[in-house]
Write a protein that binds this ligand. Structure first.
Ligand SMILES: [Zn+2]
Ligand SMILES: [Zn+2]
Length: 386
């Protein structure tokens, strides 16, 4: 019952390659969601469009039971793929570099194959094909559109391909899996002038330099070292030329946290440090914070069940209990805040590749044998968590 039928695995590989060829950005996944919708309808699965390109599909089993949601994201990234694959991206500057092509194909394969075995399924399986995981985020609009309702979803799970785990393995842990991700912009205003007469100006460049250094003391001096936080400045803009005082400098940064209390405390710390440094140097300032995705927290009970189920799936060679989360972010967090959730890493590193490229790299590729492992696990979850 658990083994995916061979013909569906051929379809999954074919779908994955079709989607890989035509990567689409967030909320523009028109071809991808059209493919998903067509195949789901052909399999007799109830389909509803939400949040533009999002798809909520519902498969009701032959006996009463719980409702499990399984989620895949569909969007690609603005990365130029390195040549190599014969099914490489046909769109310049766009690539499935995060494996969402594989996620979509696996979930579609699980849905279509389960539809053929509907009578032996309990409860309800809800398939969530989500737009815009890479930003600005499709999970929240899908929830607002009722993706977790009628019937109410009892639990939600997802797979993410993972290039540091070998194909055939999966990795998971209970508690934090990913970090929260918030962005901030700092604007420092001074007074322009001639570099030769600094006393007549307020130069924002040395102020910005002090701000960059001082912000690092939040992680090193203010937050409990056992609670991870990353505060990174990724971009600085300021100045005109070497002999002109920069009257304005802007900084753009990102904040990653695993703990919600730490996360809530960071904006005040940034504001205080920036305000203090700017005031000390006669500059004025503005800090703007943009809230991003929360941290994914895997539900302990659900994660234990998923581990048990995974250990019984013959296609899974090893179930790795992860010691630590990562400081990456995932908007699956919203689904997992609404109902008990479990994010599962699916090993996709080929044993022949000594240095598999990381996610978001122009060289990223997945070992397609991972697709069979993923479909088998999704099907097992559908049979055993409903
Ligand atoms: Zn990504
Ligand atoms: Zn991703």
């Amino acid at each position: 019952m658990i083994a995916p039928p061979a013909e569906i695995l051929d379809d999954v590989v074919r779908w994955r390659r079709m989607i890989h060829r035509r990567p689409e950005f967030g909320f523009e996944e028109r071809e991808t969601s059209a493919l998903v919708e067509r195949e789901l309808r052909a399999a007799g699965i109830d389909v509803k469009r939400v949040a533009g390109t999002g798809i909520v599909a519902t498969l009701t089993g032959g006996a009463p039971g719980k409702t499990l949601a399984l989620r895949a994201d569909m969007d690609g990234l603005p990365i130029q793929e390195r040549p190599g694959l014969d099914f490489a991206s046909e769109f310049p500057g766009a690539m499935h570099a995060c494996g969402h092509d594989g996620h979509t194909a696996m979930l579609l394969g699980a849905a279509v194959s389960l539809a053929r075995e509907r009578s032996s399924l309990r409860g309800t399986v809800r398939f969530l094909f989500q737009p815009a995981e890479e930003g600005p985020g499709g999970a929240q609009p899908m929830i607002e559109a009722g993706a977790l309702a009628s019937p109410d979803v009892d639990a939600v799970a997802m797979l993410h391909v993972w290039p540091t785990l070998p194909v055939g393995s999966i990795g998971l842990r209970s508690g934090a899996m990913t970090a929260s991700c918030d962005d901030f912009d700092i604007r420092i205003d001074g007074r322009g002038g001639h570099a030769g007469y600094p006393h007549n100006a307020v130069d924002t460049i040395p102020v910005a330099a002090q701000v960059v250094g001082a912000l690092q003391t939040i992680a090193s001096r203010e937050i409990d070292p056992l609670k991870a936080v990353v505060i990174a400045i990724g971009r600085i803009d300021g100045g005109y030329r070497r002999n002109v005082v920069a009257d304005r400098t802007t900084l753009q940064g990102t904040i990653r946290c695993l703990d919600e209390n730490v996360r809530r405390s960071v904006p005040e710390r940034i504001e205080r440090i920036v305000a203090g440094i700017c005031a000390a140097h006669r500059a004025s300032h503005e800090v703007e914070l943009v809230h991003g995705y929360p941290s994914v927290h895997n539900d302990a009970g659900l994660t234990a069940k998923v581990m048990g189920i995974a250990r019984g799936v013959p296609q899974i060679a090893s179930v790795v209990e992860l010691e630590v989360p990562t400081m990456g972010a995932e908007d699956f967090a919203y689904f997992a805040q609404a109902v008990p959730g479990c994010m599962i890493r699916l090993g996709c590193a080929s044993p022949d590749d000594p240095q598999p490229a990381s996610l978001h790299s122009p060289e990223f590729n997945l070992d397609e044998r991972a697709l069979a492992t993923g479909v088998a696990l999704l099907r097992a979850l559908a049979f055993q968590l409903t």
